[in-house]
Ligand binder design. Structure first.
Ligand code: PHE
Length: 354
């Protein structure tokens, strides 16, 4: 037994050194600690030993197990620190006071984030759609289960145009109805699920400060098919956010109210800076609020021509609204939202090589 343990220990030490990310670390942990893992195999061997050797061998296995657990924890902490460092290095390279003598133009940081997200969603089979900035009352509100004079309209301080019935889109959800109608036929006739994302500029009458702008970007996404549930929503959000941040993120859902989803949620991710322990970035809560979402309300699917009155739950779907501007601020550690619309070349041209 002693020999078996010391061999395993050697193997374990060398494998642990090779592990550089949390995913492979977890794999290694399962390899050793799961029910079918190597330590359980040792326990089986233990049962075969004569009684007078069992006590000593049991003690050895237990102390090996404790040692392995400790090593895992230490390595996990190391990897998390390294990953944090990478994230912080990536974000700290932005400095809005840096002068530039950059002779040519560069992409706007929001364009960069938008394109990155589009690539991720396209790789998961989503279509990317465009939509107007000037929309009518029906698309922005009524088709989203927000009737005229409903108090939910107060949630969005909307700019109405003097042209009858027109307004500046206050959220990307305004495109939902048109997209449901565009792809509904293929869903109903060919069984092709609707999977679409639609980025866009939105406008609300906000008092402007470092965190609020009257002009900002969102990216909305919907998926509609038979049997779509909250688990599909969680899976897609988690996969997408893990890719955006380049590491596995933990998500949680809290209830949230939006008239066009039922149930509606606020999706939070565990703070990437402190890993949930609480820091100034997450206001000591350990979580960052990132993305409102929910299951598309039956009325919205009905207005979009997806379900009939007789069977309002034939197809179901989820929707989410990502704040692109917010994400760009997080990703590049931009502290003042006003930078984005400032046209300030010193700040914006730092993104030239990204
Ligand atoms: N459109 C909502 C807003 O801007 C966000 C949202 C989108 C909520 C999709 C739920 C589902 O406030």
């Amino acid at each position: 037994m002693k020999e078996m343990i010391s061999k395993l220990k050697e193997q374990f030490d060398s494998k642990l050194k090779e592990v550089n990310d949390l995913g492979s670390l977890e794999q290694l942990r399962l390899d050793y600690m799961s029910k079918k893992g190597r330590i359980s195999e040792l326990m089986k061997e233990l049962a075969k030993l004569p009684n007078d050797q069992k006590k000593e061998a049991g003690r050895l296995i237990n102390s090996f197990k404790e040692e392995v657990t400790k090593h895992f924890e230490n390595r996990r902490d190391q990897i998390i620190k390294l990953e944090e460092q990478v994230l912080i290095n990536a974000t700290e390279s932005y400095d809005d006071s840096m002068p530039t003598n950059n002779p040519c133009g560069s992409y706007h940081p929001i364009t960069l984030v938008q394109r990155e997200l589009e690539d991720i969603f396209e790789s998961m089979g989503f279509d990317v759609e465009d939509y107007n900035e000037i929309v009518d009352d029906y698309h922005c509100f009524e088709a989203l289960n927000i009737p005229k004079y409903h108090p939910a309209r107060d949630m969005q301080d909307t700019y109405y145009l003097t042209t009858k019935n027109q307004l500046l889109k206050s959220h990307t959800s305004a495109a939902q109805n048109a997209i449901l109608k565009k792809y509904g036929k293929a869903l109903r006739e060919e069984g092709r699920p609707i999977k679409a994302v639609f980025p866009g500029r939105c406008f609300r009458n906000e008092a402007i400060d470092a965190c609020h702008e009257n002009t900002f970007f969102q990216m909305e996404g919907i998926m509609v098919d038979k049997n779509i549930s909250v688990s599909n929503l969680i899976y897609f959000m988690k996969t997408m956010l893990s890719q955006v941040f380049g590491r596995e993120v933990t998500v949680r859902l809290r209830p949230g109210f939006f008239p066009f989803v039922e149930p509606g949620f606020e999706l939070d991710i565990k703070c990437l800076i402190c890993n949930g322990e609480g820091c100034s970035s997450c206001k000591n809560s350990g979580w960052l609020e990132l993305c409102p979402c929910g299951m598309i309300h039956p009325n919205v699917l009905k207005y979009g021509g997806i379900n009939t009155e007789e069977d309002p739950y034939e197809y179901t779907g989820f929707a989410f609204g990502l704040g692109l501007t917010r994400l760009a601020m997080m990703k590049y550690a931009v502290k003042d939202i006003r930078t984005f619309n400032s046209g300030d070349l010193d700040s914006l041209s730092q993104f030239i090589n990204r």
